[in-house]
Unconditional design. Structure first.
Length: 226
C-alpha cells in the first residue's frame, strides 16, 4: 500500500481493484449496491427526483434540476401558487437547496471581498471584524457557564447562584442575538448587489412556499399543532 496516500480519491478504487484488494462486482447493479449500502446516491439525484415531481405536475419548460435552479428566484416563484401539496413539498426542498447554493457562492465572494478590503482598510470590513470579535468574546459562557458568575470553577452552580445565572445567561443571549443580526447585515453589505438581491428573493421564496404548503395542508384536513 506504499504510495496510496498520494493518489487522488477518484483513482484509488481502480488501483485497489488492479491489485486485487477490492471487489467491485458489488457495484455492478447500482440499485442493489444502493440498497446494500455499497454506494450512496448523490444529492443531485435526490434533487432531480424532486424536480421530476415539478415536471410532472407543472407545465415548466426546464428539463433538469440545474436548469430550474439557474432561473432567477423571482421567476421560480411564479409557479408556487399553482402547485399542489406534493409539488409544493418538492419545491420547498429545491428552494432550500437553491438558497444553500447561493450562500456558498456568497461565502466565496465575501472571502474575496474581505481579503481585498482588509488591504485597503475598508470601513465595512472593519465593522464586520469588530462585530465578529464581540461575538467570540461574548460566547465563551456557552462552554464555560461559570464565567457568568465571575467564578473560576467548573462545578454546578449552588442553589443561591441559579437566579443570577439565569439572568446573566438571558442577557448574554440577547446580546449574542443582536450581534449576530448586526453581523449578518454587515456581511451582506460585502456582497455584490445582484448576489444580495438573489439571496433575499430566495429567502422570500422559502417563506412564500412554506405558507402555501401550510395552507394546502390545512385545507386537506391535516393535523394542526397549537
Amino acid at each position: 500500500l506504499v504510495g496510496l496516500d498520494s493518489i487522488l480519491p477518484n483513482g484509488l478504487l481502480e488501483v485497489l481493484k488492479g491489485r486485487g484488494l477490492a471487489d467491485t462486482s458489488v457495484l455492478d447493479d447500482p440499485r442493489e449496491a444502493l440498497r446494500l449500502g455499497y454506494r450512496f446516491d448523490s444529492y443531485r439525484d435526490r434533487y432531480q427526483a424532486m424536480f421530476e415531481v415539478l415536471k410532472k405536475h407543472l407545465p415548466i419548460k426546464q428539463n433538469t434540476v440545474e436548469e430550474w435552479m439557474a432561473l432567477p428566484a423571482s421567476e421560480r416563484s411564479q409557479w408556487f401558487a399553482k402547485a399542489d401539496l406534493r409539488t409544493s413539498a418538492a419545491i420547498l426542498l429545491l428552494e432550500q437547496a437553491s438558497l444553500r447554493r447561493q450562500l456558498l457562492l456568497a461565502q466565496d465572494e465575501v472571502k474575496q471581498s474581505y481579503l481585498g478590503a482588509r488591504e485597503v482598510k475598508d470601513g465595512k470590513v472593519s465593522n464586520a471584524t469588530k462585530t465578529l470579535q464581540e461575538i467570540l468574546a461574548s460566547s465563551g459562557f456557552l462552554s464555560r457557564p461559570a464565567e457568568l458568575l465571575g467564578s473560576g470553577g467548573y462545578g454546578l452552580p449552588q442553589a443561591g447562584e441559579w437566579q443570577r445565572l439565569e439572568a446573566e445567561s438571558s442577557q448574554r443571549q440577547k446580546q449574542l442575538k443582536r450581534l449576530t443580526g448586526d453581523l449578518d447585515k454587515e456581511v451582506r453589505a460585502l456582497l455584490e448587489p445582484e448576489r444580495a438581491k438573489e439571496i433575499a428573493a430566495n429567502e422570500a421564496n422559502l417563506k412564500q412556499v412554506s405558507e402555501h404548503l401550510r395552507a394546502l395542508h390545512k385545507a386537506a384536513g391535516g393535523l394542526q399543532l397549537p
